[in-house]
Ligand binder design. Sequence first.
Ligand code: GLN
Length: 559
Amino acid sequence: MAKHIFVTGGVVSSLGKGLTSASVGMLLERRGLRVRMQKLDPYINVDPGTMSPYQHGEVYVLDDGSETDLDLGHYERFTSSPLTRDSNFTTGQIYLSVINKERHGEFLGKTVQVIPHITNEIKSVIHRLGEGDVDVVITEIGGTVGDIESLPFLEAIRQFALDVGKQNCCYIHLTLVPYLKAARELKTKPTQHSVGQLREIGIQPDILICRTEQPISREDKEKIALFCNIPYEAVIEERDKDFSIYEVPLSLVDNKLDGLICRQLGLKTREPQIDDWRELLRRLRHPNHEVSIAVVGTYAEHRDAYKSIYEALDHAGMANSAQVRIARIRSEELEVEGPERMLAGYDGILVPGGFGERGVEGKIGAIRYAREKGVPFFGICLGMQCAVIEFARHVCALEAAHSTEFDKETPHAVICLLDEQRSITDKGGTMRLGAQMAKLDPESRAAAAYGTAEISERHRHRYEFNNRYRQQFVANGLRIAGTSPDGQLVEIIELPEHRWFVAVQYHPEFKSKPTAAHPLFAGFVAAAIDHHAARHGRTADDSAATAAKRVPRPERQEA
Ligand code: GLN
């Protein structure tokens, strides 16, 4: 039978439960265990697919097309645990399923209640993940202890240990130990209260992970242990990492968390094998190059909106031994300021995905700038669609070319809805979603980067390249570098005459890992390094890097 780890959080949200859970998963995997991971989110939306990036950050898409919480991105980047629809549930989904059962008469006329019907449904999705060849299931509970909407989930995981035996369960609670500048002290009281609240619900945490800016003294740890009823060695410090999120697992190993979990669960394993991860961080700390990439997006000011893109750029940096400085540029601002003012000096320009008209002209302007100035360009999803519009308008002289998402009356609908999308009115899970195969032109830059002519990548969009313009575009120098296997849907475009101009209809960022950078991101950053060197020589401190330094890069820590 699989063992179960439950990760809860207290005191404040955004403590980095996702990163901590992912790190625990990684360390257990590297001890040779088969791990499955899951996130249970207390909000009522059925999935985050319909939520604004401002509300919820990036929507992370899995191979099977499920639209999930961005923490699942951490799970995939840190572990090799296969993720599916069963890896993310919300209150909305749990209720939907219980209500459907009720409508089908499955409860035989009984009153349907939170306990036991909702809690049973929650327990069943946790059990489901433990079926088959699995040693450990890690279940992260979203939200914070004390939230009304978290209660059914906490109640369900409390009952879970009664069902399967406490020896098979380990409760990890993540809290904040704040440093009060005025008092020059760390404060343990919020942690005591948070554990107190958990214990009221009937859960005694086995391990406490304390997020802190400052080292926690022995005395403070003893106090936390005593007041929270936890053995001293199970009070684990997790200091803020301002350098890289990929340090988190190493710091948890140094604090002996993985060994502690295995002892608690009676798991006999080897020591974790993490030399490659240490090497990765060494490379990150000692880069040979420095490049600056401008990410021009609608939601640039929201640090989580393009999370996987920022991570994939970092992975590409590691693969190229380069420090990638990311400047997050709001496309709306670019519309006002102009690309010359806002983009001069960057070594590469990336336009990510997005929905809605806001800032679209800014993106098109950025792409025109990249194309005309020979700056390496990488377009993703809406970024590709904007590249097509830009090419139509300024190279093919199709002046008012647009996507019908933004201009229904455009005379040149170079991006338009697929027939199968036209009649859809429901919002949830109705886009072209999930992994699809594509075939590549063997001559293309993409094929060279992937090293293969057949790929599988994840999609999340409604609109597509309009084939009516294909011939005209090709005649004007656009390369169709990749299509769906039947040749009908354009998946990749390139400009062969340009230094590096590649745009894709899918989301490569979801398949990049620190240990295996995505080939297109790696190729893009390599081109940015070359572009930088061509302009400045390798050692020159260039204006772009300096420009990027002025713009805060996305914080490297979840805090
Ligand atoms: N809004 C565009 C579409 O639906 C692009 C989507 C995206 O960038 N993910 O096709």
